[in-house]
Design a protein around this ligand. Structure first.
Ligand code: SF4
Length: 405
């Protein structure tokens, strides 16, 4: 019997990073409950707003005047951004304690508004002149191995293009990925993380539009760093540890801080103890004042557009990597291969499985421990992002390239 194996590039990237993590996530379908809506707000809001902007443009046709396209896209993107915020706030209304997260959503919404404005001014305005959007958040499904041969496995790559553009100058197809990053992230890290994704997506594009030139990939990183909330420590005062916040946010937090218990106790004791407590309180306020003075009034935002022209051989070579990983997945599924921990890229600080994953434990033991602790559940849907993006493009079904005007 010929069997089918469908993989996404993010699965492949995880298998290459750490097979244990990939096996836990994709084979044993272990996942944590979703992050609170506030934490997910900025990235998804930006994606939705950009989808609205490019979809609006695509609907207007390639000959629509640039100014008209820009204003229509701006309008739709901002409406979408507001709608995402309102949906998030409505959801939080249903939860006890949702008000705190609602403040986070509102703050992140401000970040998304600023990030979107930057993107539209710096990137979209130039796109309208040089490109035309062919697809926005488009799912795809393309073959990696078409001839099952002796291993009797057909391998398919699935994914979702953030954006496919057609360059007006030479009709070349360009795949673009959007990333929202937090303030200090280095674009090199982001670029590094896309080393597999971009050529894999170009490979898919080549399968969907045979004969078209599809070797150019771009990624756009937008920093989204809403001010961090100054930390209130146990005694009720605001921490003097330096954080990524604005002067206004820090001063507002200091203004609202409660007087510490030790101050009240000192005052009650009177005499030298009262003087010492008052002095300590003055020194703390002075430290806070100095820290506030050194904080920026706005957090810097930046946008980076990276473009890379791939050698067609690199794009083709990605097929080999996909096939190789698919083979290991197949062996793990059959029980013929134990998933390996890759100590070089053990992301123990950020890996969701860091706590149950003890060195020396087998995968079944890790699964049992993860489920026993109650922090994990089984049932994470594979390829959900692809399913959510609707009917995928497949070879022969992606339609013809438009004749640009
Ligand atoms: S903690 Fe490290 S070794 Fe364990 S699953 Fe995560 S990345 Fe892999």
């Amino acid at each position: 019997m010929t069997r089918r194996l469908t993989i996404t590039q993010s699965e492949v990237a995880t298998w290459l990073d750490c097979e244990m993590r990939a096996a836990l996530r994709y084979e044993h379908r272990l996942g944590r409950p979703e992050a609170p809506v506030g934490a997910r707000h900025v990235g998804s809001a930006m994606h939705e707003a950009l989808r609205a902007a490019y979809a609006t443009w695509a609907e207007m046709g390639s000959s629509a005047p640039e100014g008209t396209v820009f204003h229509a896209a701006l309008n739709e993107a901002n409406l979408r951004l507001d709608a995402v915020r309102d949906e998030a706030l409505d959801t939080l209304d249903l939860f006890e304690g949702g008000e705190e997260l609602a403040d986070q959503v509102r703050a992140e919404h401000e970040g998304a508004v600023a990030g979107l404005a930057l993107y539209l001014d710096e990137v979209f305005a130039r796109d309208v002149h040089a490109y035309y959007p062919l697809a926005v958040e488009q799912a795809f499904r393309v073959p990696v191995v078409t001839d099952a041969g002796h291993d009797r496995y057909l391998v398919t790559l699935e994914g979702v293009f953030d954006l496919v553009l057609q360059r007006r100058a030479d009709r070349a197809l360009v795949v673009r990925d959007h990333k929202t990053v937090t303030g200090a992230a280095d674009t090199y890290d982001v670029r590094f993380g896309l080393d597999l994704q971009l050529p894999a997506y170009l490979y898919a594009l080549g399968q969907l539009f045979p004969g078209a030139r599809a070797t150019c990939a771009q990624f756009v990183a937008v920093s989204q760093s809403p001010p961090s909330v100054p930390k209130t420590i146990l005694d009720g005062t605001v921490s003097v540890a330096k954080i990524a916040t604005t002067r206004q946010a820090y001063e507002a937090a200091c203004e609202a801080q409660s007087e510490p218990e030790w101050l009240a106790k000192g005052r009650a004791a009177g005499g030298a103890k009262a003087d010492a407590a008052e002095q300590r309180w003055r020194e703390l306020r002075e430290k806070q004042r100095r820290l506030a003075e050194g904080l920026p009034t706005t957090l810097a935002r930046w946008i980076a557009v990276h473009e890379h022209e791939y050698d067609p051989r690199d794009v083709e070579a990605v097929r080999g990597t996909l096939h190789e990983v698919a083979n290991r997945v197949r062996l793990v599924r059959r029980g013929e291969l134990t998933p390996q921990r890759n100590p070089r890229s053990c992301a123990i600080l950020s890996c969701a499985f860091a706590s149950p994953c003890g060195m020396g434990r087998g995968v079944e033991e890790v699964v049992a421990l993860a489920l026993d602790g109650g922090d994990f559940a089984q049932g994470e849907t594979r390829h959900r992002e692809v399913a959510d993006a609707g009917a995928p493009w497949e070879p022969g079904k992606a339609g013809a390239l438009p004749a640009l005007r």
